[in-house]
Write a protein of this length. Structure first.
Length: 731
């Protein structure tokens, strides 16, 4: 079966041909790509996405594209596949090898080729720099280990001490010795024996020959103090020799779990306490060197574990796997921390820079990927909120995320680096929802205890509080920011003027409590969603009824105007409807999920609707049916909101967390986060100096907002810093 885009799409099977609308083919491609993403099949994701013509690529395409590649950079180095990768001690150069017998020296920053080292007659399995970064080792299937002078690119020496393929070679920590591993064939049992040659790096003279195991050796590493070498063995173990003593090695045996468990990679922790082993039984294992005890079995892999590498500070262990994933594990708990997407083929090797700031991985498809190990959003951002989270809303400038929940608190989080800026107890009861004013300077919250509060978004000063007696379920600002509107348990909708703090409009003709509401973009009308299954549209000035829309008596939870104000979407227990907001007529039934819909919202360009249910559906307003489903949460999704630029989607779940789906790649978001952290640190120093000089938070906020010389990023950083300080010391 072949699915292609060729004007109209053809699905061909045998002699039968069925013509599909291009949109149907697009949906099929998106569904296939989303499924491949969940299964961790990066290459399949790329194939499905790249087949979609550019004019058809919507929000979900961009989200899948960004989600499938979380690398900072990538480069195709070889068409025949890569094997090893190593980073020079100063982090400026990379050495990579591949199936075409060449060792490439690359610029680590640009991934551009600096030199191509030729001389091996077969596959190059392994490469390693010396501690000074002046020489390079390459071990090959041609039985040779070559030592290269990197200043000239010439081969300085060929070590031919192995009778069979040389699997790996490494320098000792002081650079004086080289240890390389292979195997020998014997005339009698066991017929095969692992062998390590230890030789002088300057002369090639063999210092020591070590034997162990009854299978080939696959990998080798020096202990940080240079006293030992460890080798991964296909004899289902790691062999460790103490140099200068000869004899039998210590044997760290992998448990037999009924799966072939040859070891393909080995690494010492920087403090020398642990040895990590990569095994073909889909598990990486960690042993305590002093006792030989098995400390941890790392089991998230869906294929052979091909490589292991510790960060230089020892905090993390990276594992590479032929399931196309790189994983990071905490060495404090040995728990999985992150899965890194980017390789679209088996991961063959890993290497960290000396400062741990970059992780390089090589792939069987010839692609080299660069990752930022400190990036915290691999696999998507998930923010803990605490108790049930009822709302998560981006600020109008997109820099902040406002959330609230059952505990009566609202949180303000930086949407640049996801750090918490403020946490405020707004109500004694629940905090049912929250809202931003259109200029982003004020925050409104409401509670079942009957109160609605308005705060300064930068100083946290409480600007107003309205007591309604009955529980308030929803609050929203008018488009001009001058009024707030609430829905309450007394079956009313009330509009309050923020300057006079007086009620200016009350709508009370409801049979049951209106659950939520929305203002039209031009501020001329209000729409309410009610538990009586009716959506009502009112004139926002007179309160007169414009339309009553019947949702077939299905309890309606949410309404949303399209950006142009012409359409209205409603979310009910039986699904999502699209209405003509001017005529008050049903346009189409968009989506009928098995469970009710809690929230519906338009994307800023109006081309998509997001609907929150057990999953989050992306809908095309022009067609019935979902475009794709997002499954970010473990419990029901209560709220969903787009960022103002439409690039991100925040999804709050009843379990208390907020998931962020992003259409912008990690390489861009990571740089934004780093800049935001640096800008805020500088801004905090300035704000602290102003506060120490006796200036109030309100005074500082007014001056920063009014300063026309400040760039937007600088102004935002200063206001964020002010908010951080206001959260800890008060307005």
């Amino acid at each position: 079966m072949l699915l292609t885009f060729l004007g109209s799409t053809l699905l061909c099977q045998g002699e039968n041909q069925v013509t599909f609308d291009p949109r149907d083919a697009y949906l099929a491609h998106i569904a296939a790509a989303e499924s491949a993403l969940r299964l961790g099949e990066g290459a399949s994701v790329r194939r499905w996405l790249e087949a979609v013509p550019e004019p058809l690529r919507g929000w979900e395409w961009r989200w899948l594209d960004a989600s499938s590649d979380e690398s900072l950079a990538r480069a195709r180095v070889s068409e025949l596949g890569l094997g090893a990768v190593a980073v020079s001690p100063d982090g400026t150069k990379l050495a990579v090898s591949g199936a075409d017998r060449v060792v490439w020296i690359l610029d680590a920053a640009t991934l551009e080729e600096l030199h191509a080292l030729s001389g091996h007659e077969d596959l190059v399995y392994h490469v390693a720099f010396d501690p000074a970064g002046e020489r390079l080792l390459s071990a090959s299937q041609d039985r040779c280990v070559r030592l290269w002078d990197l200043s000239s690119g010439a081969c300085a020496f060929v070590f031919e001490g192995h009778k069979n393929p040389a699997a790996a070679a490494v320098f000792s920590p002081d650079g004086s010795l080289v240890a390389s591993c292979s195997y020998e064939r014997l005339s009698g049992p066991p017929h095969v024996q692992g062998v390590v040659q230890v030789w002088e790096a300057d002369t090639g003279a063999i210092v020591e020959t070590l034997h162990g195991g009854v299978k080939p050796l696959s990998s080798i590493a020096f202990a940080p103090d240079g006293s030992r070498v460890a080798c991964g063995s296909w004899d289902f173990c790691v062999l460790v020799w103490e140099l200068g003593r000869g004899g039998e090695p210590a044997k760290l045996v992998l448990p037999d779990e009924g799966v072939y468990n040859a070891v393909d990679g080995v690494s010492f922790s920087p403090d020398g306490r642990f040895v990590a082993a990569a095994s073909k039984d889909r598990t990486a294992r960690v042993f305590a060197l002093a006792t030989g005890e098995l400390v941890a079995s790392l089991r998230d892999h869906a294929g052979y574990v091909t490589s292991v590498a510790f960060t230089p500070d020892g905090r993390w262990l990276a594992t590479g796997c032929d399931d196309e994933r790189v994983r990071l594990w905490s060495t404090a708990t040995w728990e999985l921390s992150r899965r890194l997407r980017g390789q679209n083929a088996a991961v063959k090797a890993l290497a960290f820079t000396a400062d741990g700031a970059r992780l390089y991985s090589s792939g069987a498809d010839g692609v080299l990927c660069v990752f930022d190990p400190a990036y915290e959003a691999f696999g998507g951002v998930v923010l803990p909120h605490g108790d049930s989270c009822y709302a998560s809303i981006f600020s109008p400038d997109g820099r902040r995320l406002l959330s609230c929940g059952f505990d009566g608190r609202f949180h303000v989080t930086s949407a640049l680096d996801w750090s918490t800026l403020a946490e405020v107890r707004a109500h004694d009861g629940t905090c049912n929802t929250a809202a931003w004013s259109s200029d982003g300077r004020r925050i409104a919250t409401c509670s079942w205890n009957g109160s609605t509060a308005v705060f300064d978004a930068d100083t946290l000063e409480e600007l107003a509080r309205f007591e309604q007696g009955e529980g308030v379920s929803y609050v929203v600002f008018s488009p001009d920011g001058k009024r707030i509107t609430t829905t309450a348990r007394d079956r009313s909708v009330r509009v309050f003027d923020l300057e006079t703090r007086k009620e200016v409009l009350a709508l009370t003709d409801f049979a049951q409590m209106p659950h939520s509401l929305a203002w039209s973009p031009d501020g001329s009308s209000l729409a309410t969603a009610g538990w009586d299954g009716l959506v009502r549209l009112f004139d926002a000035h007179s309160g007169g009824t414009l339309h009553v829309l019947d949702c077939a008596k299905s309890s309606t939870q949410s309404v949303a105007f399209s950006p142009d104000g012409r359409s209205l979407a409603s979310a009910s227990d039986d699904g999502v409807r699209l209405w003509d907001a001017r005529q008050g007529t049903l346009v189409r039934f968009l989506w009928r999920p098995a469970n009710g819909v809690n929230r519906v919202v338009f994307s800023p360009d109006g081309r998509r609707l997001a609907a929150a249910s057990n999953a989050v559906a992306l809908l095309d307003p022009e067609h019935e049916g979902e475009v794709t489903l997002l499954r970010p949460n473990t419990t029901s999704t209560w709220d969903v909101r787009f960022s103002p630029d439409g690039a991100r989607l925040a999804m709050a779940e009843t379990g208390g967390s907020i998931a962020i789906a992003d259409t912008v790649p990690a390489r861009i978001r990571g740089a934004e986060a780093a800049r935001a952290r640096a800008d805020r640190e500088e801004a905090l120093e300035r704000v602290d100096a102003w506060l120490a000089a006796g200036r109030s938070s309100a005074e500082i906020a007014r001056e920063v907002r009014a300063d026309g010389v400040l760039e937007a990023a600088e102004r935002g950083a200063l206001l964020d810093a002010l908010l951080v300080r206001a959260s800890t010391r008060g307005p």
